[in-house]
Ligand binder design. Structure first.
Ligand code: SF4
Length: 581
């Protein structure tokens, strides 16, 4: 039975203490865990006790720690079918993505949390008690928040400018279009004061935009646009740094700068224009306010010391995120290990965490040549001749997604940012100036994702989100190639002696068989880790899936997604970090 529950902040009452101690008497023998936790919660600053009610009837309590977004306790007055789930729904409605901690021996709670959609991501001991950290599956979270209002509503309206650029795109025309856009937002003086330190963060992700001696637009930010922006900035700024940390060819940002002609930007004013590889920059660790998943992030000093950051992403589709725009552009603003850890602990939430710490003052989406199909790298260029700009990344991305013919809330990075109060997506809260959306909209082709298996290679998709599906597609596509050992068939149809079963998503109904080779993808399948090969992450990094699935074909050379040595090194570094925790 669905029961609507309201949460209100309360205080640690005698009723709560009594119920808690009663509950743990059966779970924990003497109930000393409950008494110790009560003392801790009452003495710790910032711990919130929510009283859950249905109408005027008390239904239960939730102990919540906002600094780590963790539920430390959820207890009901009386066990009733569906009540705990209804309270959990209310917590997610109020706090967005949450995690939980529970006693390892509390198997009853563990089982219902598993059924709800939480997964065990860490087991540890604190104050002599064995605990489990449970993280909510993002696929389940996406279903829970669909169509719901944001946990934290963004209070303001935002302006977004859509500027049409002449198709000839001469340097003067690009500069003129940028000037129009900046003037519509209040003029350059609103963003940059005399002598300030400005950082431009373009999107220079991979070398694929320049191949076989030919430039293919839509993969990286057009260097001509960055040049035009520099011309506008240099009369005012003290110095301008073009900073990027390539996300795919991670060891090679410098080479990519040369590849696309970014290195020649320095010639505009060698003393005041520089290029920085954020993947090799100094770092400062910062705490994420009300952190979710990764509670702190290392931020490159170049960004930390900037007076003004201008984000210049490309208008493109993304095989897992639907679109890759300004919110996604900050993935290139963090160090390689941080990028790798983002995947491990939850890519979309960790991306949003960066936006709490790095705040571009101005966002200009390069929609000169955009990219559709299997973006952000292997898609097809699409000429749009547009610039889309504003001061709020969520409003800019929502508007750009609409121009591309997409519902912005179907893109997880935009949805997460909206749900957590970073900006508006509602059309009535976004004032569009310049061209209208209707005037310039073009339906972009989405990345087509196929996760079907082969004859002895089965894929069980239990409601996985676009993350695992997109990254798995990418690897399976490589297995849809001729098998050198079995002429006439593809690798994916290899007649394995033991059948291969790949499980993804939170709701797989088929039980893994001990007689098969089982592969489990991501946090959603974490609870099965011991029944086969578990590929960790949310979504697991492409390289992790590649390594995991190609280990089934020891005779076949594994294709590379990114820099092989860098990935192996990062995996080792991450394991060290996890050991230290
Ligand atoms: S583990 Fe995969 S399916 Fe599950 S939430 Fe993460 S990306 Fe989505």
């Amino acid at each position: 039975m669905t029961q609507s529950v309201i949460l209100a902040k309360g205080s640690f009452s005698k009723d709560f203490a009594k119920r808690l101690i009663d509950y743990y008497r059966s779970v924990d023998g003497g109930g000393s865990y409950a008494e110790r936790k009560l003392r801790q919660w009452e003495s710790e600053a910032g711990v919130v006790l929510y009283e859950a009610r249905r109408g005027s009837t008390p239904a239960g309590w939730v102990v919540y720690k906002p600094e780590s977004s963790a539920i430390e306790e959820l207890i009901v007055q009386k066990d009733e079918a569906g009540l705990k789930e209804a309270i959990m729904d209310a917590v997610i409605g109020q706090e967005s993505l949450v995690s939980a901690e529970l006693l390892q021996k509390d198997m009853g709670k563990y089982r219902w949390m598993l059924k709800y959609g939480f997964r065990p991501t860490r087991r540890f001991t604190r104050d002599g008690s064995g605990l489990v950290k449970m993280d909510l599956s993002i696929a389940v979270y996406l279903r829970k928040v669909k169509g719901k209002p944001p946990a934290k509503s963004y209070p303001n309206s935002e302006k977004v400018i859509i500027e049409k650029v002449p198709p000839t795109r001469s340097p003067e025309e690009l500069k003129g279009s940028l000037m129009n856009l900046i003037d519509s937002l209040g003029g350059l003086e609103r963003f940059v004061k005399q002598g300030q330190n400005v950082v431009i963060k373009p999107n220079v992700v991979a070398d694929h935009g320049f191949r076989e001696g030919k430039y293919h637009g839509g993969v990286v930010t057009d260097v001509r646009l960055v040049r035009a922006l520099l011309e506008i900035l240099l009369p005012v700024a003290g110095k301008v740094t073009v900073a990027e940390g390539a996300s795919i060819n991670r060891a090679e940002t410098g080479k990519l700068f040369e590849h696309y002609g970014y290195d020649r930007l320095k010639e505009m004013d060698p003393k005041r224009v520089s290029l920085v590889d954020l993947n090799a920059d100094g770092l400062i660790r910062k705490t994420v306010p009300n952190g979710k998943r990764m509670l702190s992030r290392e931020i490159p000093l170049t960004l930390e010391q900037a007076d003004v950051i201008i984000s210049v992403p490309v208008m493109k589709t993304h095989f897992a995120a639907l679109v890759s725009l300004s919110i996604k552009n900050l993935q290139g603003a963090i160090a390689p290990l941080e990028k790798y850890m983002s995947h491990f602990f939850g890519l979309w939430q960790n991306l949003i965490n960066i936006h709490h710490l790095v705040k571009p003052k101005l966002v200009i989406v390069d929609g000169l040549t955009a990219q559709e199909n299997f973006g952000p790298v292997y898609g097809t260029p699409k000429t749009m001749n547009l610039l889309i700009g504003g001061t709020n990344p969520v409003a800019v991305d929502a508007t750009t997604a609409r121009i591309m013919g997409f519902d912005p809330l179907l893109s997880p990075p935009i949805l997460f940012a909206y749900m957590q109060g970073l900006g508006p997506v509602e059309p009535e809260k976004i004032q569009v100036l310049g061209a209208s959306i209707e005037e310039v909209t073009e339906t972009f082709k989405e990345a087509e994702v196929d996760v079907s298996g082969g004859k002895r290679f089965l894929v069980y998709d239990g409601g996985a989100c676009g993350g695992c599906r997109g990254y798995l597609h990418y690897v399976l596509k490589k297995l849809r190639r001729p098998d050198p050992k079995h002429p006439g068939i593809n690798l994916i149809d290899r007649p394995f002696e033991k059948r291969v079963s790949v499980f993804l998503g939170p709701e797989t109904e088929v039980e893994p068989s001990p007689d098969e080779t089982n592969v489990f993808l991501g946090i959603c399948q974490q609870h099965h880790a011991e029944a086969g090969k578990h590929l960790p992450g949310c979504p697991p990094h492409a390289e992790v899936i590649m390594k995991g699935l190609y280990s089934l074909y020891p005779d076949v050379e594994r294709p590379r997604y990114a820099d092989e040595h860098a990935e192996d090194k990062l995996e080792k570094m991450l394991m060290e970090v996890l050991k230290e925790e």
